[in-house]
Design a protein around this ligand. Sequence first.
Ligand code: GTP
Ligand code: MG
Length: 334
Amino acid sequence: MFIDEARIFVKAGDGGNGCLAFRREKYVPRGGPSGGDGGRGGDVILVSSEHQNTLLRFRFNPEHKAQRGRHGEGSNRTGRDGEPLELEVPVGTVVYDEITGERLCDFTESGQRFLVAHGGRGGRGNARFATSTHQAPTEHEPGQSGEERRLRLELKLLADVGLVGFPNAGKSTLISRISAARPKIADYPFTTLEPHLGVVQLDDFRSYVVADIPGLIEGAHLGHGLGVQFLRHIERTRLLAHLVDVSESSGRDPVHDFETIMQELASFNRDLAGKPMLVVATKMDVAQNPGRVESLRELARDRGLPFFSISSATGQGIEELRYAMGERVLAVNP
Ligand SMILES: Nc1nc2c(ncn2[C@@H]2O[C@H](COP(=O)(O)OP(=O)(O)OP(=O)(O)O)[C@@H](O)[C@H]2O)c(=O)[nH]1
Ligand SMILES: [Mg+2]
């Protein structure tokens, strides 16, 4: 199970102070008390949203404060309330109080709201303390502090993009290039023995999750190699990136590789083979024979699949691919 986690500190706005004031008007001797109340501080509210799919943003930005209430003023003017602060979290986020360990909220669907920190009440101004026997009160209250809380957010990650391909195609190298995931990479087949997830940050606000799974070979659905058991980890992804080594080092034909993998996908689950797919020619830096790349490109064109060529070694085409994958999986959030 892959868990994304973030620890954050939230603070609701403080209440504004109550004001101490007396009316001063010409020809009105002994004007009464006129200090207004302070405004309420803003609450901190968590809101679940489909536009978020990781907690990465919180890891870079762990402190969140709502606006304070304005102080009360003379002439019985109440201070304005602070704006509440809404923080979007991905659907599936579970929120814990970091100190007590208490589970506070479990966001199961989009649009759920949970108030995690209450804004402080505004203090009362001196006008509120006036009574028939106490006509010139000087009492006035400070605003209450907004609630503070340390929270731990937890999210079970679901992959948005699945990387598929033969062993040694460069899947793990790609994920280590575009995310913080550091799976083992080596020049032999079946280096990756279990799936890894990497969070790819597209820009300040958007990120998506890529799954690197063990390579497939012909007959995987019959149990050859590591079999197809890992394909269930990418059954729910929105997009597959099909990596094909176009260098000579594989000793195989790229087009044949592509078709072999497609058959393995289909024999595991027809829907998997029918998922939106990008075709990615890898190891372009050591691809000596342009014909191999071209034949794969043509195959992609015939099947109506977008084609990319990359080198994780030199960085060629990596940015383009990173955005292309992001655009497709974040289509709900253009
Ligand atoms: N020259 C070159 N070598 C690469 C590139 N990408 C990956 N490699 C090498 O290819 C080998 C296999 O890379 P991996 O990323 O482990 O391949 P994989 O697809 O994860 O393989 P499995 O985990 O076995 O399925 C390693 O020796 C990498 O260094 C590339 O763009 N250029
Ligand atoms: Mg690998």
